[in-house]
Each structure stands twice: as C-alpha cells, then as structure tokens.
Design a protein around this ligand. Structure first.
Ligand code: 2BA
Length: 107
C-alpha cells in the first residue's frame, strides 16, 4: 500500500478531489499554506493499494494546471523582509510525494 501526499493549487483542488472520489479513491483534504508565497493551497492524503497508484497519480496530473503567480513587492517574505521587486514564479501543477505504508488498520 502507498500513501500519496499531494499539494495542489487551491483553484484546482475541487476538481481533483471530485474526480478522485468519483473514481473510488478515499481522500482527506487539509488546508495548508505554501512557505514561499504564504498563499493557501490544499494538501490531499490518499491511501491506495499499489495497483491503483498510477490511476490516482494520473487524475492528479490531469486535473492540476501550472500557472504563473506574482507576489507584489509589498508582500512580506517572512521574518520582516520585503522583496524590492515583484516576484513571479511558476506554481505547479501539483507536487506529489508517494510513500510506502508499512501497516494499515481501521478501528
Ligand atoms: P510555496 O512554498 O508557496 O511555493 C510556490 C512556488 O514558489 C513554487 O511552486 C516555486 O515555483 C516557488 N518557490 C518555492 N520556494 C522557492 C524558493 N525557495 N526559491 C525560489 N522559488 C521558490 P511549486 O514548486 O509548484 O510549489 C507549490 C507549493 O507546493 C509550495 O508553495 C509548497 O506549499 C508546496 N511544495 C512544493 N515543493 C515542496 C516540497 N519539496 N516540500 C514541501 N512542500 C512543497
């Protein structure tokens, strides 16, 4: 069994979760915040049998779009620091980690 931990852009999260659920995957959604942009994103946890891993990754990849995002110079970058110029970055798609699950039980 595997655990997928995927960080998804807030705007794509609804579609990704809907498609995963329709395909029979069990999904847990967490409200998270990116450390760099300090903007809300969505992290999903999916426990899957090995043979269903590829199917879940395919749905996540298909439903997540990368986009350019600009943070204005007035935004704090953390620890009281401000960028002197607006910063533009390409934000995924989705960033997905796949972990081996040693044991899984439901009580
Ligand atoms: P943020 O940390 O807010 O990062 C947003 C985007 O800013 C990143 O997009 C990347 O293009 C850029 N970025 C992040 N850290 C940077 C840095 N130190 N220097 C320059 N540019 C930087 P993505 O890579 O697509 O990441 C989107 C979100 O996914 C991230 O939001 C973070 O919440 C998460 N993430 C990405 N990679 C991760 C990782 N290795 N571990 C944990 N979370 C990760």
């Amino acid at each position: 069994m595997k655990l997928i931990l995927a960080i998804i852009n807030h705007d794509d999260a609804h579609g990704v979760i809907q498609n995963l659920t329709q395909a029979g995957y069990h999904v847990t959604k967490l409200a998270t915040t990116g450390g760099f942009l300090q903007v809300g994103n969505v992290t999903i946890l999916i426990g899957v049998d090995d043979e269903r891993l590829e199917g879940a990754m395919e749905i996540i990849g298909k439903r997540s779009n990368s986009r350019r995002q600009v943070i204005p110079a007035t935004s704090e970058m953390g620890m009281g620091m401000y960028s002197s110029m607006p910063v533009e970055v390409t934000v995924g798609g989705a960033t997905a980690f796949v972990m081996n699950v040693e044991d899984f039980k439901k009580f």
